[in-house]
Design a protein around this ligand. Sequence first.
Ligand code: ZN
Ligand code: ZN
Length: 1017
Amino acid sequence: MATLFEPLPGVPDHPALEREVLQWWERERIFEQMRELNRGGPPFSFMDGPITANNPAGLHHGHGRTLKDVFQRYKAMRGFDGRYQNGFDCQGLHVEVEVEKSLGLNSKREIEAYGLAEFAERCKERVAHFAGVMTEQSKRLGMWMDWDNSYYTFSDTNIEYIWGFLKTVHERGWLYEGLRSTQWCPRCGTSLSKHEQAGEENYRDVEHPSLFVRFPLQGRDSESLVIWTTTPWTLPANVAAAVHPEAEYGLTEAGEWWAVERRPDAEFVRRVRGEELVGLEYEGPFDELEAQNGVVHRVIPWADVSMTEGTGIVHIAPGAGTEDFELAGLHELPVLVPIDESGRMLPGYGPFEGMSTDQVPGPVVDELRRRGRLVEAGTIVHRYPTCWRCGTPLLFRVVNDWFISAAEIRQPLLDANATVEWTPPQYKKRMDDWLRNMGDWNISRKRYFGLPLPFYPCSCGQLNVVGSRAELEERATRGLDGLKELHRPWIDDVPIRCSACQDEVLRIPEVGDAWLDAGIVHFSTLGWQNAEWSSGGNATGAARGLTGADLPDHAYWEKWFRADWVSEMREQIRLWFYSTSFMAVTLEGRSPYRSVLTYEKVLDETGREMHKSWGNAIELNEALERMGADVTRWLVCEQAPSQPLRFGYGMADDVKRRLLTLWNSVKFFLDYAEVAGFEPGGQPVSLQPLDRWLVARGDAFLAAAEQQYERFWTPGVIDAVESFVDDLSNWYIRRSRRRFWNEDAAALETLQRALVLTIRVIAPVMPFLAEHLWRRLRAAEAAESVFLAGWPESGAEGADGALLSEMAEVRRVVELGRQARAQANVKLRQPLRRLVVQGVDGASKHEGEIRDELRVKEVVFGAVDAVETRVKPNLPLLGPRLGSALVDVRRELAEGRWEEREGGRLAVAGQVLEPEEVLVERAAPAGWALAEDDGVTVALTTELDEELRLEGRVLDVIHELNGLRREAGLELSDRVVVTLPGGFDELLRHEDWIKREVLAVRIELREGLEQPRVEKA
Ligand SMILES: [Zn+2]
Ligand SMILES: [Zn+2]
């Protein structure tokens, strides 16, 4: 007989079958065929948030990319037309820092010495290399994207779109340059914005000096303020001391002013309210420094002075702290900035000049001690912000930065978010919270390889903002010839003419925040306001040669904006979700996405963070090769995105075990279909009730899975699949084994359809295994790939609700029957006489199934009398209430002398007990096994007579003989000769039965044989 179906091995080798499927997809161009099939279908607009092409993809990328691929595949199977454009983030601090590391550069001075043009080339090379690496990794994960046409955020096209946005922002009056105290990384030499720094992971325990210092008051002989600081480098820039105006301050005998609350044990010679100290002048700690020239130090009021740490008097250095800077504005204090961009003390700071902030404390302490100003010097370990990129502890520095005001856009952003559907829904509020609290957007970075900010401020007061390359070319005074792309250093050599005074003006040296790059992609990749389609129009500037991406026209943008769906990690609320919304609401007045799926970070399987140094980190490549892409994807999909994703090899093994149920069911089908020469869809078949049930169950499963896919909820999909596979394998196949032996076409047909349905529904989650099985199960006329077969339609009969609930009841009864057997220690193979079932409705129509499955001779539906109800007093309640009457109640209950009353009350020994005052136990009397759950009770007789005992032995031997058949590697259809030990003669009373069950042509008895034996006939 010709082999219709290729058989399966006992267990799948996931990585091996995945590599084979990948090659087949590539060779047969299945992805391209699928796109062709869906062209012209309704659009499903997905926008990929770009990942930085800076290192190999990590497990967290695999997490997000799985979810993106699952829903793109699902929508494609439903006939939706997609774009499949992947995005790479390409410039900014993260790329620079890695390139610096690889070149061994460690400061901005060293980068400049290396040369900006060369540095830019190295950055581009790095991006090109890792874009290639990440593309290959993503393919291995099974992600289907249009890999030849990825977008790159460092293309000139992307840059120009941001320029246009910035020009709009300027025209609205939102753009400003401001002195601002910002968190500053002295290594990276740049300020960092609030959204970059907001993550908790950016805070670490850092040890700092802790100094208590005296500031002598002017005109108050031997009286001093005592302040506390953990940043001694800020003392040379001190200009004021702040007190809480309402708090009480005391003067100690030693002449020191402290907040009374901070020195509860001290004796004070005088006490005043803080406001009485306001206005006093004092000697600063380093008045002799040139930078301190002309500074008058005085006491100012501040309602936020902390009374939980320090002295209750706060040293104020407006050039080195955010709150200090704000107070300087209120009280007209001078702002002394003591450090340069690498964190070294500036000229004007005398002996400290040139020292880093880490080097300053020693000399400061020595000097204060010499002057008799030091009260105490120690150290403190506290949570302190560190650079998100390089881990260096941050400083505060007042610098010139460029900002976009958030004031006018805040409410429109909130309104736009109200139109977005978030999954999980609670994250919508998180986005609102972020928008309500966001500060102005700090968009400038004092760095090199990033978006060149197109700002040309003129000495006449005009701020020129260039909105496009065309505008730049029109206004340039020189340097266009050397402008190979819109990056530094080439752009720095192109001055323009000021629109107000016609003077030549230079661009500011700053580059832009990388979230401008990623935030514009809903416009730059879709051709917003682009009059004519430009082939390869996104392969410009630094992206030339890396991609073939077109720049579409406005009609295309109209079609694809806004995205139906985006999906990124939860931290993107303050990053990509924020920046894309900010830009889209500014340019178009609406959110760029209709719905969002967001998810938490990855932890190891015990719930700990993954760290290389802890030995629990798993690389994406390693996961794909060791557990396989399908298992990786399944692990992602089965967990709720509202919780951190747990990931590890133990969990993977568990998934593989669970997947075997489906695998074994397919294998079972293929083996029997082979024996029967079965061809799917060959003959009209007449379905039996169990077949009709599986068809109805399949319809219900399909509807449930669809509902979960539609709400972007993969755990619901996995639940639906697992529950259907359980019904299919542990009920349908189990109950239909005999029909498969008999080569029953209806059973084979029904099973094939159910398996194919399962595979089609799970294909978006595990595309490789689904494809592998589809190619073995599909009917000859079906599409060659499961992804070309479309989405399954529900069966012709539709879901038969009554049949489904009947069979669900049957499965419950069987489950309870098994429990009852287990409790009575009677194995499943031992036939029993009688089963009584109480509390079911439709299960009685399927009495035969229950009888066979539970191996009983008779099933009775009706009241289970064989139950003894024992009632005990609930002592903690009854004891206090009844007191000495409890003794009688207890005895009468034990003897069963009680009567039921209305509402579950019991009358006993002259008392009426409430239902919660007694504990009711139901138990089976001798000879019965009982199980009950939620209103259903089953009772089995457990007594065995001779006939039952013999049948039990027959079933044992059949089981054993079939095991021997398998061990001998016999084909399902092979006939055998059975030899039994002499003592088994009694079993031959059931000779035909045994022969039938093990395909035996004859059974022989042999004296002296120890074990049954099977030989091929
Ligand atoms: Zn840094
Ligand atoms: Zn001018």
